[in-house]
Design a protein around this ligand. Sequence first.
Ligand SMILES: C[S@@+](CC[C@H](N)C(=O)[O-])C[C@H]1O[C@@H](n2cnc3c(N)ncnc32)[C@H](O)[C@@H]1O
Length: 284
Amino acid sequence: MTQAAPEALKGEDWAGDMGARWLASLDRFEGMIAPIGAALLARADYKPGERVLDLGCGGGATTLAIAEAVGPEGAAVGLDVAPMLVERATERAAATGSAARFVCADAATATLDEPPFDRLFSRFGSMFFEAPVPAFNNLRAMLKPGARIDLAVWANPRDNLWMMEMMGVVRQHIEIPPAVPRAPGPFAFEDLTYLEEVLAAAGFSAMTVTPYEGEQPVGGPNASPAEATDFVLGSMAAGRLLEEHGPAVRDAAKADLLALFNRHHREGEGVMLQAKAWLVTVRA
Ligand SMILES: C[S@@+](CC[C@H](N)C(=O)[O-])C[C@H]1O[C@@H](n2cnc3c(N)ncnc32)[C@H](O)[C@@H]1O
């Protein structure tokens, strides 16, 4: 039985505070997850002429790459709920002469004024729906029958040391509420059985999954331990939780985060910590 995420839990405020934080550190966020984006793009293997929708495109880095692959006879459209990210993505396309286009709308409810798409892509943009089955149903209506979708979603936090170790440090200083399985957020689809149930209930089938495992640079390639610490405190959930506490607690946590990142720093690479994601393919 597919269980929806608990009703009381609201997703992150991407159209507001979370979108602004992502934008403020866009290069660092994109640099951090670039290896996973490259793996998902290689798996999707777009061909000239394909029409591709990039769900939760953020600042549009992957949409620009898709536009390049599908060429002028194809289409790459980025869809995102955060107006400030769509604005930045549109500026980037204009600055680079890319044919990528961007639409600001909530993918859970939007109706696009577009012919149906051959393909849907999403690097970490599909885990934030408060009601995922209706949202994926809505997305299926934007696709041709049989269209292929390729998603990257985070695997279990315990296999994502970039998250576990940083939260472990913060937990030494403040109480962190326990994670709620399946709640909208980065780890909503860590459980592949649940993801398959959601996708099947929304009319998708033939799911295949390849695990992605590798190190990723916290705060982007070549970030120093101090830069990675400032990035985490300013942009990530760990930092948001600490903001509710006084300076003594924040300073102590900051010192411990810096020590953690010093231990994982490699010259010429950055603060490297293990990450695991699922690369998921399914058909409409
Ligand atoms: C973790 S970011 C990933 C951004 C981008 N895919 C990337 O990899 O650089 C998640 C993105 O999903 C978008 N998002 C979250 N919920 C959404 C929704 N209901 N409809 C459209 N976009 C959404 C956010 O605004 C954000 O840009």
